[in-house]
Write a protein that binds this ligand. Sequence first.
Ligand code: NAP
Length: 494
Amino acid sequence: MPSMQLDAIIVGAGFAGIGAAIQLKRSGFDNFVVLDREDDLGGTWYVNHYPGLTVDVPTTTYSYFFEPNPNWSRLFSTGAEIKQYADNVADKYDVRRHIRFNACAESAQWDEEDNLWRVTLADGDTLVARYLITATGFLSQPFTPEIPGIHSFEGTVIHTAQWDDSYEPANRKVGIIGTGATAVQLIPELAKDAADLTVYQRTAIYVVPKIDIPFSARAQRIFARFPLTQRAIRVVTDFVYEVLVDWGILHYSRFPAGNKAAAYLSKVWRFATIRDKELRRKLTPDYDFGCKRPTFSNKFYRAFTKPNVHLQTSGIDHIEADGIVANDGSKAVIDTLVLATGFDLWEANFPAIEVVGRGGRNLGKWWRETRFQAYQGVSVPYFPNFLSLASPYAFLGLNFFNSMEYQMRHMDRLFGELKQRGATTFEITEAANTRYLDHMTELLGTSLFTLGNCASSRSYYFNPSGEATLLRPMTTHEALREASTYPVSDYRIS
Ligand code: NAP
């Protein structure tokens, strides 16, 4: 047995990795490392810093249950504030000293003889640990589409996830590809100064008004002194988001009128902002609200009314050294190409590193050859002592932190049981996993994803086989209850 064996390795120092580290400490472990390929913590909130970046979940809800932050400056805080929150939590819970930055995990292999994980890093180093937790997020591998000619473009190319802070859009001719949640925030910022901005939209996105409020210094003092006041706001914001997901997605069969009302709100928003009927038509989605992640913005639709902003919806034919040629034959001459083209989710992130379990089972291969599946969004049969936090059926709709909360509770129950029995190994049984997958499939049967009109949405909620295996189709309340009460006999513990 190697001498440098760790209790655990966590891959990823974003909010999931930080939460997992806090839970490991609560469960009595200290001899663990958190690996991150970046040179700082915070995951997506460190990597993303494009202009206009804010969260579009209220920050009263977008924070750990156990660590409310009285210092949020507004209901929808900026990316910089959320990064600061990640720093503060990591410091408060003494997580930082466990993190190894610039450490890019490439693969992990279960050693059946020694009952431990061997994790290989890009620099050739190998670490060994009893437990492996991957906290690699869903949206971490930037996606660049293979559009003909894209590599021949001679101007500035910026992917939103690799933003160049020194870039000045003033007087530049910009082409931006994509109209996802990132572009919805970035386009109004670019529109302020760019000489010319052409937006290439392939699939329209639903945008509804963002009801944002600043928290004054006095409000912050009240939150700090009487934490229950902030908790009370969280109850409300949690409730609103739960209702959105529960009625709008999970129980679509019972409340289809809710989705229609949300789509109508977006329509009213376009009508209130844009006078040009043809422009409104082009910005109107042709799928049901909720099939694809909707967004909140008070600036996006308005940006298209500016004389320097143009919407191109005929599709991109090819890219040349100095511009983009659309399918309608028109060419926009540009000096900057902004790729708001999102992330490679299903191919590069499930899983984010190669993971090989018992009997040589390769996780990515197995998911693709069978179905995407993970018991309670964390465990997979044939992968002992492994928790995959970015799994199929892991993400509870709109708020990441609620997902983290149930995952921490799941860990708490599991590691508590191991400790009580003096055991060191766990593995989910195939029977429990199959039962859980059947349960997910059944729940999805009455959801928007099965019954709604999602065919044209090109939504990353669906895997390449067309199954909606990203979201865990249940409420936070139900997921928390399952995490606290699942039969420990679902695991083989030794
Ligand atoms: P995204 O939602 O995946 O959007 C990517 C965009 O690029 C889409 O409009 C897509 O069009 C377009 N695109 C990709 N390939 C293309 C091609 N070959 N030709 C034309 N268009 C192409 O990525 P994102 O906007 O970066 O957002 C990803 C996720 O990050 C969001 O859904 C959200 O969960 C998260 N996010 C959150 C916040 C927040 O405030 N909390 C802010 C930003 C992002 P199609 O739709 O046609 O595929």
